[in-house]
Design a protein around this ligand. Sequence first.
Ligand code: 6PG
Length: 241
Amino acid sequence: MSVELNFADGRPLPLRPFATPAELDAALATRIAGDLAGASAATPASLALSGGRTPLGLFAQLSASALPWPHIAVTLVDDRWLPEHHADSNAGLVRRALLRDQAASARWLPLVPPDATGETPKLGAGDTALNQLNGSLDVCVLGMGNDGHTASLFPCAGETATALRDDAPPLVAVRPTSAPYPRLSLSLPPLAAARHLYLHIVGAAKLDVLRAALAGGELPIARVLAAAQGEVCVFWSPDHA
Ligand code: 6PG
């Protein structure tokens, strides 16, 4: 399958297309495992993941991977301001789908406290988590919505313009108008500084959204990918099995 992606200035954006989501999940898990395999007590590593539906198969693959999990800090690129037991909590999703089997011993650093209540996101626990990461993220897996959002950097949210600045604080509170729940999200600087930045998308519609976003250059997904300082690669498959 030949699919190409380019930024607005003509630079190519590396893309790995797969025939099925299952093949994608296996390949992305293998790539991430390779990136994290050298983690040790002396050189701990970090992995920041997205929520949503797309990464479920990837989480299953990763949870079965024999990695030095006690030396790998796992966090999220964003979460909803919800208690962990809520069905829409990304932390709850990661706990159920990833932090099990081999990965049960990973060092889990949630952005949102497990007992979060109320409508006003607080940055404290998330800032503490990010401070424990020892610098730049090693691996960051992004998702993307059909509006061009990534993490919780929604085009509709008033906070997003600031979060996309080079001098933004690493963690921001975001109140999208087109999606439920107030959220916490990593901002552009920590996402762009990741050593390995992977965008994980499934379906022809999302590839079209991405292509249009790259051409326009303004939507959050395009801004983050264009700012990437390390390796960047899109993992894509159609959504049929
Ligand atoms: C979240 C995200 C978000 C997600 C996209 C894609 O908390 O919802 O981290 O950025 O990756 O909305 O979601 P789907 O995988 O469900 O399409």
